[in-house]
Design a protein around this ligand. Structure first.
Ligand code: G3P
Length: 215
């Protein structure tokens, strides 16, 4: 399972990359706006830390998306062009597939959208589970349905679980065999933690002090 950081903050990427577990980063226009830094510089800086950096197109028509896909993919070989799940987006996915440009389809909320994006040639699809949870439904049900369809038809498009909100989302996604999870920094930094690890280590340290004192 690949783990991505869902952020446009380069310092956060540099920090988590040092753990040796980070496979990529997903940015989106909202995350970029929050940091207030130059988009291209941000993406290029992240590309020095990880091999997959999703950079989202902002055009909504095919010609505009195509031009941005060509531009972003030329910045660095680690760039993955993020394309919204629209009809114009499907045309862009198909164009990128033919040109060998890696893509991540964003804003996927149904199995049918997932199938269309995969058939159009998406490298990755991103179902947003937290936003479905926000509606009072279970976003993880969508991942289960997509993984079932993937098992039935052997799509080679990777399923990236996006809009994760807490550590249980990542564990559940792994149980379902999702290929990638993108995780906000606040959730990523909770993943190594367990109260029994802290308690156990504290006791080991105390006991070791007793051993040292006997010498
Ligand atoms: O990468 C985009 C996705 O993860 C958004 O998450 O929390 O805005 O629903 P959120």
């Amino acid at each position: 399972m690949k783990l991505f950081l869902d952020t446009a903050n380069v310092e956060q990427v540099a920090e988590i990359a040092q753990w040796g577990v980070l496979d990529g980063v997903t940015t989106n226009p909202s995350l970029v706006a929050k940091e207030g830094k130059d988009f291209k510089e941000t993406v290029l800086a992240m590309c020095t830390h990880v091999p997959n950096v999703s950079a989202q197109v902002t055009a909504t028509d095919f010609d505009g998306m195509k031009a941005q896909a060509d531009e972003y993919s030329g910045w660095h070989k680690h760039v993955v062009v993020k394309v919204p799940m629209t009809v114009e987006g499907l045309k862009t996915l198909s164009y990128c597939k033919k040109k060998g440009i890696r893509t991540n389809t964003t804003l996927v909320f149904s199995v049918n959208q997932a199938i269309l994006a995969a058939k159009a040639g998406a490298t990755i699809i991103s179902p947003f589970i937290g936003r479905i949870d926000d509606l009072g439904q279970d976003g993880m049900d969508l991942i289960a349905e997509i993984m079932q369809a993937w098992n039935n038809y052997n799509f080679d498009t990777e399923v990236l679980v996006a809009s994760t909100r807490h550590p249980r989302h990542i564990a559940d996604a792994a149980q379902l065999g999702a290929h990638i999870c993108t995780i906000p920094y606040s959730v990523f930094t909770k993943l190594p933690m367990h109260i029994l690890t802290d308690k156990g280590l504290d006791q080991f340290q105390k006991d070791w002090e007793l051993v040292r004192k006997k010498k």
